[in-house]
Design a protein around this ligand. Structure first.
Ligand code: HEC
Length: 184
């Protein structure tokens, strides 16, 4: 009921009358532009999915902070296929092992709650890839923690390399063998 000559809307409450002024042109245009914008926004982010959602952006940022570039970064990174022999990497692996793993596997790898890591018997396989996998994914049902959310891929590789270097050493107290004897 807009009426330029008589802007009175005819509503009156307690002696106060409501005016029915026209909305300013600039305001109406801004409003229209937001509607047009929302159509492109919807198409870009939700229909065609060209742009990343906030959740996807967050995931990407977190992955970058963790030092990997995607969920399969460890599996795909060829430098993690073999144990490192670099003294610096092994020293880092040793430090990580002492602070995270020694409680269960003993400082020299002889085994406590967790199995002996120095012998030739393996529950989860003898290869380096097996070690990487079990450290990354853990065996939650058996008390072995999954480390992938706490350690960067490079750190998992370092600690796995250190564990690999324990094989064949003689611990002070060796836990009885568990698992299957490896040939190689
Ligand atoms: C809370 C105790 C605990 C901690 C901490 C722990 N482990 Fe374990 N770990 C275990 C147990 C228990 C197993 C045996 C799992 C099974 O029986 O399947 C195991 C198994 C393993 C195996 C496989 C051994 C095999 O015979 O196949 C490796 C390798 C290993 N752990 C490395 C590590 C490393 C490296 C860390 C530190 C980053 C670590 N663990 C920390 C308890 C632990």
């Amino acid at each position: 009921m807009s009426n330029d000559e008589n802007p009175m809307a005819g509503h009156e409450v307690d002696g106060i009358q409501e005016l029915d002024n026209r909305l300013p042109r600039w305001w109406v245009w801004l409003f229209n532009i937001t509607i047009v914008f929302s159509v492109f926004y919807l198409l870009y982010f939700d229909v065609l999915k060209i742009g990343d959602s906030q959740a996807a952006q967050y995931e990407r940022e977190m992955a970058r902070a963790r030092g990997d570039t995607g969920p399969s970064a460890v599996a795909a990174a060829p430098q993690f296929d073999t144990p490192s022999t670099d003294p610096q990497v092994l020293a880092r692996g040793r430090a990580l092992y002492m602070s995270n793993c020694a409680v269960c596997h003993a400082p020299d790898g002889g085994g406590l709650i967790g199995p002996n890591l120095t012998d030739d018997y393996f529950i989860h396989g003898p290869t380096f890839a097996d070690k990487m996998h079990v450290i990354r994914e853990g065996v939650p049902a058996k008390g072995m923690i999954s480390w992938k959310s706490q350690m960067r891929p490079a750190d998992i590789h370092a600690v796995a390399s250190f564990v690999d270097s324990l094989r064949g050493t003689t611990p002070a107290q060796a836990k009885a063998p568990e698992g299957v004897k490896a040939d190689g």
